[in-house]
Ligand binder design. Structure first.
Ligand SMILES: Cc1cc2nc3c(=O)[nH]c(=O)nc-3n(C[C@H](O)[C@H](O)[C@H](O)COP(=O)(O)O)c2cc1C
Length: 368
């Protein structure tokens, strides 16, 4: 399947003259539409799920229990691909161990001006300045409510929330809380995004006093919702920027401890550029292979600073099995991918999860 994608489909999609060539967002929308159609075909997804996750001669999935949730494997789909929560039900069929939808905001919004996604195939990189286009928390909550319920899902569902663009920074806490109230009842975990470089001033929320206020308010809302519903409070995660200094990361870690967050996602995209893309005029957050070194450094730093006690989801530039191995070897409990899937195809997550399981168990001899 991946030979089909990398050998045939990708060269076709990326070729000059192909309908979507030069309009990366249209190509993205087309792939999203195809996956949406796939996700809607229940018998087909059930079959794929069986072969990708549960068939007897598929190698062990290396499940892991974390935050009180069971993850069938360690590889998840990062936030940003399923912004509108329309394909998450197919996560298991694609072989993912979890899916994070969003970023969802309290109010629906169109995002930044187009063009806002750019590809750099030679560097296996992308730059985006999407600015959280999404239908808003109410509509997304309705969509999640229509899908499989908690406990009946092939893999855990994370919901990533961010600040609406129109909401002033001084009202950010109320804006996040509004999204949280609507979406938390449908999520297995919630991640708080303060690290997108494409929303003006958003990353100021990494600053200690603002972060205590924001995360403290979300955690107390989380606890009071749990009290009312009689369920356990949800695991809350924070998604951070790779562009923080180590002292800034120390501050963030102390806030996570104070507010009893369950884990951290490291990292989002970077505003820095590697040398070979230094002159690229495209504005936004860089993802893909050139981000990997920095994200890995951040993961390593967090694992050491917390003695491995705070679960870390490693994300950033995982475009190969070796990259995935390095994140896991540095102590990441789980990993997430996005840009790697663009270059390696829709089953890249499954392949990473399997390769990891193979490394950890005896080679089973055959895949199917
Ligand atoms: C087109 C695009 C859109 C993204 N949108 C979001 C988003 O809405 N929320 C978020 O938390 N991260 C978003 N991200 C960041 C990814 O989740 C991930 O943190 C980052 O791309 C690094 O991983 P990668 O190198 O595997 O892509 C986006 C990334 C890309 C490429």
């Amino acid at each position: 399947m991946d030979y089909l994608y990398e050998g045939l489909l990708r060269p076709l999609f990326f070729r000059k003259g192909f309908p979507f060539h030069g309009d990366v967002e249209k190509a993205h929308d087309a792939s999203y539409l195809a996956l949406r159609a796939f996700a809607a075909m229940r018998p087909l997804t059930a079959l794929f799920q069986y072969f990708n996750m549960t068939a007897r001669n598929v190698p062990a999935q290396k499940p892991i229990e974390l935050f009180g949730l069971k993850f069938p494997n360690r590889v998840g789909l990062a936030a940003g691909y399923d912004k509108q929560a329309r394909i998450w039900q197919a996560g298991g069929a694609l072989g993912f161990g979890h899916v994070e939808v969003g970023t969802v905001t309290r109010h629906s919004q169109g995002g930044n001006e187009k063009p806002r996604i750019f590809r750099f195939p030679e560097a296996e990189a992308a730059v985006n300045s999407m600015g959280f286009p999404n239908d808003g928390a109410e509509e997304v909550a309705r969509r999640l409510a229509a899908g499989p319920k908690k406990g009946a899902r092939a893999c855990p569902l994370g919901v990533n929330i961010g600040k609406s663009k129109l909401t002033l920074m001084e009202n950010a806490v109320e804006d996040y809380l509004g999204s949280f109230r609507l979406l938390a009842p449908h999520a297995d975990y919630v991640s708080i995004n303060i690290s997108c470089p494409n929303i003006p001033n958003l990353r100021e929320l990494h600053e200690r006093s603002r972060l205590v206020e924001l995360l403290g308010a979300i955690q107390s809302e989380n606890r009071s919702l749990a009290e009312k519903s009689g369920e356990k409070p949800l695991p809350l995660l924070l998604k951070i920027s790779p562009d923080l200094t180590f002292p800034q990361i120390d501050d963030v870690l102390s806030v996570l401890e104070e507010t009893q967050f369950a884990g951290i996602i490291a990292t989002n995209t970077t505003t820095t550029r590697p040398l070979d893309l230094a002159d690229a005029p495209e504005k936004g957050g860089l993802s893909g292979a050139p981000l990997m070194r920095r994200s890995l450094d951040v993961v390593r730093y967090i694992v050491r600073a917390t003695d491995g006690k705070l679960p870390v989801i490693g994300c950033g530039g995982i475009c190969s099995g070796e990259a995935a191995d390095q994140f896991l070897a540095e102590g990441a409990a789980l990993i997430q991918i996005y840009t790697g899937m663009v270059y390696r195809g829709p089953f890249f997550g499954r392949d990473l999860a399997r390769a990891y399981a193979w490394n950890q168990t005896e080679w089973p001899g055959k895949i199917w």
